[in-house]
Write a protein that binds this ligand. Structure first.
Ligand SMILES: NC(=O)c1ccc[n+]([C@@H]2O[C@H](COP(=O)([O-])OP(=O)(O)OC[C@H]3O[C@@H](n4cnc5c(N)ncnc54)[C@H](O)[C@@H]3O)[C@@H](O)[C@H]2O)c1
Length: 289
Protein backbone atom coordinates (compact mmCIF):
# COMPACT_ATOMS: atom_id res chain seq x y z
CA UNK A 1 0.00 0.00 0.00
CA UNK A 2 1.21 3.58 -0.56
CA UNK A 3 3.18 4.90 2.40
CA UNK A 4 4.22 1.48 3.72
CA UNK A 5 2.87 -0.76 6.42
CA UNK A 6 0.15 0.13 8.89
CA UNK A 7 1.57 1.19 12.25
CA UNK A 8 -0.04 1.10 15.69
CA UNK A 9 1.08 4.70 16.06
CA UNK A 10 3.03 3.90 19.17
CA UNK A 11 6.06 5.78 20.46
CA UNK A 12 7.42 2.58 22.01
CA UNK A 13 11.21 2.56 22.05
CA UNK A 14 11.51 6.09 20.68
CA UNK A 15 13.89 8.57 22.32
CA UNK A 16 12.09 11.86 22.98
CA UNK A 17 13.21 15.13 24.60
CA UNK A 18 10.56 17.18 26.45
CA UNK A 19 11.52 20.68 27.60
CA UNK A 20 9.53 21.85 30.62
CA UNK A 21 8.87 18.16 31.32
CA UNK A 22 9.19 18.51 35.11
CA UNK A 23 5.76 20.08 35.65
CA UNK A 24 2.34 20.81 34.21
CA UNK A 25 1.65 19.99 30.57
CA UNK A 26 5.24 18.88 29.87
CA UNK A 27 5.15 16.44 32.75
CA UNK A 28 1.81 15.08 31.55
CA UNK A 29 3.33 14.54 28.11
CA UNK A 30 6.43 12.85 29.56
CA UNK A 31 4.23 10.55 31.65
CA UNK A 32 2.09 9.51 28.71
CA UNK A 33 5.07 8.92 26.39
CA UNK A 34 6.91 6.86 29.00
CA UNK A 35 3.75 4.86 29.76
CA UNK A 36 3.59 4.13 26.02
CA UNK A 37 7.17 2.77 26.12
CA UNK A 38 9.27 5.79 25.10
CA UNK A 39 12.62 6.76 26.62
CA UNK A 40 12.00 10.37 27.62
CA UNK A 41 14.49 13.04 28.67
CA UNK A 42 12.87 15.92 30.55
CA UNK A 43 14.54 19.33 30.60
CA UNK A 44 14.19 21.96 33.34
CA UNK A 45 16.29 24.25 35.51
CA UNK A 46 15.86 22.89 39.02
CA UNK A 47 17.85 19.65 39.41
CA UNK A 48 16.12 18.38 42.56
CA UNK A 49 12.60 18.92 41.26
CA UNK A 50 13.42 17.57 37.82
CA UNK A 51 15.12 14.42 39.07
CA UNK A 52 12.31 13.81 41.56
CA UNK A 53 9.74 14.09 38.74
CA UNK A 54 11.75 11.75 36.47
CA UNK A 55 12.13 9.15 39.23
CA UNK A 56 8.49 9.39 40.25
CA UNK A 57 7.26 8.83 36.69
CA UNK A 58 9.71 6.01 35.97
CA UNK A 59 8.82 4.17 39.17
CA UNK A 60 5.16 4.03 38.12
CA UNK A 61 5.90 2.47 34.73
CA UNK A 62 5.97 -1.20 33.84
CA UNK A 63 6.21 -1.36 30.03
CA UNK A 64 9.88 -0.50 29.35
CA UNK A 65 9.46 3.28 29.15
CA UNK A 66 11.55 5.50 31.39
CA UNK A 67 12.28 9.15 32.13
CA UNK A 68 15.70 10.78 32.57
CA UNK A 69 16.48 14.33 33.68
CA UNK A 70 18.68 16.86 31.85
CA UNK A 71 19.16 20.13 33.72
CA UNK A 72 19.24 23.10 31.35
CA UNK A 73 17.96 26.64 30.96
CA UNK A 74 16.57 26.70 27.42
CA UNK A 75 17.36 30.41 27.04
CA UNK A 76 21.05 29.43 27.00
CA UNK A 77 21.90 27.78 23.68
CA UNK A 78 24.93 25.89 25.04
CA UNK A 79 22.77 24.33 27.72
CA UNK A 80 20.25 23.22 25.10
CA UNK A 81 23.07 21.59 23.12
CA UNK A 82 24.11 19.70 26.27
CA UNK A 83 20.52 18.59 27.00
CA UNK A 84 20.13 17.19 23.47
CA UNK A 85 23.45 15.36 23.88
CA UNK A 86 22.22 13.89 27.18
CA UNK A 87 19.08 12.55 25.48
CA UNK A 88 21.13 11.04 22.65
CA UNK A 89 23.48 9.54 25.26
CA UNK A 90 20.68 7.38 26.71
CA UNK A 91 19.74 5.54 23.53
CA UNK A 92 22.28 6.57 20.88
CA UNK A 93 19.66 8.53 18.96
CA UNK A 94 16.83 11.07 19.11
CA UNK A 95 13.44 10.45 17.48
CA UNK A 96 11.39 13.38 18.69
CA UNK A 97 11.19 16.55 20.73
CA UNK A 98 8.45 18.50 22.48
CA UNK A 99 9.30 22.18 23.01
CA UNK A 100 6.98 22.76 25.94
CA UNK A 101 8.94 25.07 28.29
CA UNK A 102 7.31 28.49 28.11
CA UNK A 103 5.29 31.10 29.92
CA UNK A 104 4.91 34.85 30.30
CA UNK A 105 6.62 37.24 32.66
CA UNK A 106 4.13 40.04 32.20
CA UNK A 107 0.45 40.66 31.82
CA UNK A 108 -1.33 43.97 31.56
CA UNK A 109 -2.12 46.71 29.06
CA UNK A 110 0.40 47.61 26.36
CA UNK A 111 1.00 51.04 27.92
CA UNK A 112 2.25 49.35 31.10
CA UNK A 113 4.37 46.55 29.67
CA UNK A 114 7.61 46.09 31.56
CA UNK A 115 10.19 45.97 28.78
CA UNK A 116 12.56 43.67 30.66
CA UNK A 117 9.77 41.21 31.31
CA UNK A 118 8.84 41.46 27.61
CA UNK A 119 12.43 40.66 26.57
CA UNK A 120 12.58 37.72 28.97
CA UNK A 121 9.34 36.36 27.52
CA UNK A 122 10.76 36.62 23.99
CA UNK A 123 13.89 34.88 25.21
CA UNK A 124 11.95 32.00 26.76
CA UNK A 125 9.19 31.39 24.23
CA UNK A 126 10.87 32.39 20.97
CA UNK A 127 14.61 31.94 21.44
CA UNK A 128 14.27 28.93 23.75
CA UNK A 129 11.97 27.15 21.29
CA UNK A 130 14.28 28.04 18.40
CA UNK A 131 17.38 26.63 20.18
CA UNK A 132 15.42 23.48 21.05
CA UNK A 133 14.23 22.95 17.47
CA UNK A 134 17.62 23.85 15.97
CA UNK A 135 19.66 21.35 17.96
CA UNK A 136 17.05 18.59 18.10
CA UNK A 137 16.57 18.89 14.33
CA UNK A 138 20.26 18.30 13.69
CA UNK A 139 19.98 14.94 15.46
CA UNK A 140 16.69 14.03 13.75
CA UNK A 141 18.11 14.85 10.31
CA UNK A 142 21.25 12.82 10.91
CA UNK A 143 19.14 9.92 12.22
CA UNK A 144 16.97 9.84 9.08
CA UNK A 145 13.89 11.69 10.37
CA UNK A 146 11.62 12.29 13.34
CA UNK A 147 8.93 14.52 14.77
CA UNK A 148 9.06 17.90 16.53
CA UNK A 149 6.12 19.40 18.44
CA UNK A 150 5.88 22.91 19.91
CA UNK A 151 3.42 23.80 22.65
CA UNK A 152 2.01 27.12 21.53
CA UNK A 153 -1.26 28.57 22.88
CA UNK A 154 -4.66 29.72 21.67
CA UNK A 155 -3.25 33.15 22.61
CA UNK A 156 -1.30 32.90 19.32
CA UNK A 157 -4.39 32.72 17.15
CA UNK A 158 -5.87 36.13 17.87
CA UNK A 159 -5.53 38.94 20.37
CA UNK A 160 -6.11 38.26 24.06
CA UNK A 161 -6.19 41.63 25.79
CA UNK A 162 -3.41 42.04 28.41
CA UNK A 163 -1.53 39.02 27.11
CA UNK A 164 0.58 40.86 24.54
CA UNK A 165 3.99 39.41 25.36
CA UNK A 166 2.54 35.93 25.52
CA UNK A 167 0.41 36.18 22.37
CA UNK A 168 3.11 37.80 20.27
CA UNK A 169 5.73 35.23 21.28
CA UNK A 170 3.40 32.27 20.81
CA UNK A 171 2.54 33.59 17.30
CA UNK A 172 6.27 33.49 16.62
CA UNK A 173 6.32 29.87 17.81
CA UNK A 174 3.58 29.06 15.27
CA UNK A 175 5.63 30.68 12.52
CA UNK A 176 8.68 28.70 13.60
CA UNK A 177 6.63 25.48 13.31
CA UNK A 178 5.62 26.33 9.74
CA UNK A 179 9.14 27.37 8.76
CA UNK A 180 10.79 24.28 10.25
CA UNK A 181 8.18 21.98 8.67
CA UNK A 182 8.86 23.51 5.27
CA UNK A 183 12.66 23.39 5.57
CA UNK A 184 12.95 19.96 7.20
CA UNK A 185 10.29 17.99 5.31
CA UNK A 186 12.79 16.75 2.77
CA UNK A 187 14.80 15.23 5.63
CA UNK A 188 11.72 13.33 6.81
CA UNK A 189 11.36 15.54 9.88
CA UNK A 190 7.77 16.53 10.65
CA UNK A 191 7.00 19.64 12.69
CA UNK A 192 3.65 20.47 14.28
CA UNK A 193 2.28 22.65 17.06
CA UNK A 194 -0.41 22.33 19.70
CA UNK A 195 -2.35 25.34 20.93
CA UNK A 196 -3.83 24.49 24.33
CA UNK A 197 -6.72 26.50 25.68
CA UNK A 198 -6.71 27.11 29.41
CA UNK A 199 -5.53 23.79 30.87
CA UNK A 200 -5.51 22.74 34.51
CA UNK A 201 -1.92 23.26 35.79
CA UNK A 202 -0.30 25.29 38.58
CA UNK A 203 0.18 28.09 36.06
CA UNK A 204 -3.54 28.69 35.65
CA UNK A 205 -4.70 27.71 39.14
CA UNK A 206 -5.38 31.40 39.76
CA UNK A 207 -8.14 31.38 37.17
CA UNK A 208 -9.65 27.99 37.84
CA UNK A 209 -9.70 28.48 41.63
CA UNK A 210 -11.56 31.78 41.48
CA UNK A 211 -15.36 31.37 41.30
CA UNK A 212 -15.82 34.52 39.12
CA UNK A 213 -12.98 33.76 36.76
CA UNK A 214 -13.92 30.15 36.34
CA UNK A 215 -17.50 31.26 35.56
CA UNK A 216 -16.06 33.39 32.71
CA UNK A 217 -14.06 30.36 31.61
CA UNK A 218 -17.15 28.15 31.48
CA UNK A 219 -19.03 30.82 29.56
CA UNK A 220 -16.24 30.93 26.97
CA UNK A 221 -15.96 27.15 26.55
CA UNK A 222 -18.47 25.13 24.50
CA UNK A 223 -17.51 21.76 26.00
CA UNK A 224 -18.67 21.55 29.62
CA UNK A 225 -15.42 20.84 31.47
CA UNK A 226 -11.90 22.11 32.11
CA UNK A 227 -8.98 21.16 29.83
CA UNK A 228 -6.60 18.64 31.41
CA UNK A 229 -2.93 17.95 30.67
CA UNK A 230 -3.89 14.52 29.32
CA UNK A 231 -5.91 16.27 26.58
CA UNK A 232 -2.70 17.86 25.36
CA UNK A 233 -0.55 14.77 25.94
CA UNK A 234 -2.82 12.57 23.80
CA UNK A 235 -2.28 14.79 20.77
CA UNK A 236 1.46 15.15 21.43
CA UNK A 237 1.83 11.36 21.56
CA UNK A 238 -0.12 11.03 18.29
CA UNK A 239 2.05 13.64 16.55
CA UNK A 240 5.25 11.95 17.78
CA UNK A 241 4.12 8.47 16.80
CA UNK A 242 3.98 6.67 13.48
CA UNK A 243 0.23 7.13 12.90
CA UNK A 244 0.78 10.77 11.89
CA UNK A 245 3.59 10.42 9.33
CA UNK A 246 1.70 12.41 6.68
CA UNK A 247 0.97 15.35 8.96
CA UNK A 248 3.36 18.30 9.08
CA UNK A 249 3.21 22.09 9.41
CA UNK A 250 -0.07 22.00 11.37
CA UNK A 251 -0.94 23.87 14.54
CA UNK A 252 -3.97 22.38 16.26
CA UNK A 253 -6.19 23.98 18.93
CA UNK A 254 -6.95 21.71 21.89
CA UNK A 255 -9.33 23.97 23.78
CA UNK A 256 -12.80 22.48 24.17
CA UNK A 257 -13.92 24.79 21.35
CA UNK A 258 -12.87 28.05 23.09
CA UNK A 259 -11.62 29.65 19.92
CA UNK A 260 -15.10 29.32 18.38
CA UNK A 261 -15.93 32.07 20.88
CA UNK A 262 -12.48 33.75 20.68
CA UNK A 263 -11.68 32.39 24.16
CA UNK A 264 -12.23 34.09 27.49
CA UNK A 265 -11.57 37.84 27.59
CA UNK A 266 -8.57 37.68 29.88
CA UNK A 267 -8.30 41.47 30.13
CA UNK A 268 -11.73 41.95 31.66
CA UNK A 269 -11.36 38.73 33.68
CA UNK A 270 -8.13 39.88 35.30
CA UNK A 271 -8.71 43.61 35.68
CA UNK A 272 -10.75 43.25 38.91
CA UNK A 273 -7.99 41.04 40.32
CA UNK A 274 -4.92 43.12 39.43
CA UNK A 275 -6.29 46.65 38.86
CA UNK A 276 -6.17 48.67 35.67
CA UNK A 277 -2.38 48.58 35.33
CA UNK A 278 -2.13 44.81 35.36
CA UNK A 279 0.83 43.11 36.87
CA UNK A 280 4.12 44.34 35.57
CA UNK A 281 6.42 41.92 37.34
CA UNK A 282 6.76 38.21 37.09
CA UNK A 283 3.26 36.77 37.16
CA UNK A 284 3.63 33.50 35.38
CA UNK A 285 6.88 32.67 37.02
CA UNK A 286 7.25 29.52 35.00
CA UNK A 287 6.93 26.91 37.70
CA UNK A 288 10.39 26.08 38.91
CA UNK A 289 11.35 22.70 37.69
N1 LIG B 1 -1.67 25.75 31.25
C1 LIG B 1 -2.29 26.39 30.27
O1 LIG B 1 -3.46 26.75 30.37
C2 LIG B 1 -1.58 26.66 28.98
C3 LIG B 1 -2.34 27.13 27.91
C4 LIG B 1 -1.71 27.37 26.69
C5 LIG B 1 -0.36 27.12 26.56
N2 LIG B 1 0.35 26.68 27.62
C6 LIG B 1 1.79 26.42 27.41
O2 LIG B 1 2.11 25.14 27.85
C7 LIG B 1 3.48 25.10 28.24
C8 LIG B 1 3.58 24.50 29.63
O3 LIG B 1 2.90 25.33 30.55
P1 LIG B 1 2.27 24.77 31.91
O4 LIG B 1 0.91 25.34 31.99
O5 LIG B 1 2.44 23.32 32.01
O6 LIG B 1 3.11 25.54 33.01
P2 LIG B 1 4.44 25.14 33.79
O7 LIG B 1 4.94 26.41 34.38
O8 LIG B 1 4.18 24.00 34.70
O9 LIG B 1 5.40 24.66 32.63
C9 LIG B 1 6.47 25.39 32.16
C10 LIG B 1 7.70 24.54 32.31
O10 LIG B 1 8.77 25.17 31.63
C11 LIG B 1 9.92 25.16 32.49
N3 LIG B 1 10.75 26.30 32.16
C12 LIG B 1 10.42 27.61 32.25
N4 LIG B 1 11.45 28.38 31.88
C13 LIG B 1 12.44 27.52 31.54
C14 LIG B 1 13.76 27.71 31.08
N5 LIG B 1 14.28 28.93 30.87
N6 LIG B 1 14.51 26.61 30.82
C15 LIG B 1 14.02 25.37 31.02
N7 LIG B 1 12.77 25.13 31.45
C16 LIG B 1 12.00 26.20 31.71
C17 LIG B 1 9.35 25.27 33.89
O11 LIG B 1 10.28 24.81 34.84
C18 LIG B 1 8.14 24.36 33.76
O12 LIG B 1 8.49 23.01 34.01
C19 LIG B 1 3.99 26.54 28.17
O13 LIG B 1 4.67 26.73 26.95
C20 LIG B 1 2.71 27.34 28.19
O14 LIG B 1 2.87 28.59 27.55
C21 LIG B 1 -0.22 26.44 28.83
Amino acid sequence: MPGGSVSDGSVRGKSILVTGGGSGIGRGIAEMLAADGAVVTVVGRNRDRLEAAADEITSGITGGGRVHAAVADITDEDQVVAAVATAVGHTGRLDGVVACAGGSETIGPITQIDSNAWRNTVDLNVNGTMYTFKHAARELVSGGGGSMVAISSIAASNTHRWFGAYGVTKSAVDHLVALAADELGASNVRVNGIRPGLTRTELVALVLDSPELSADYREATPLPRVGEVTDIAELAAFLLGDASTWITGQVINVDGGQMLRRGPDYGSMLEPVFGADGLRGVVAPATEG
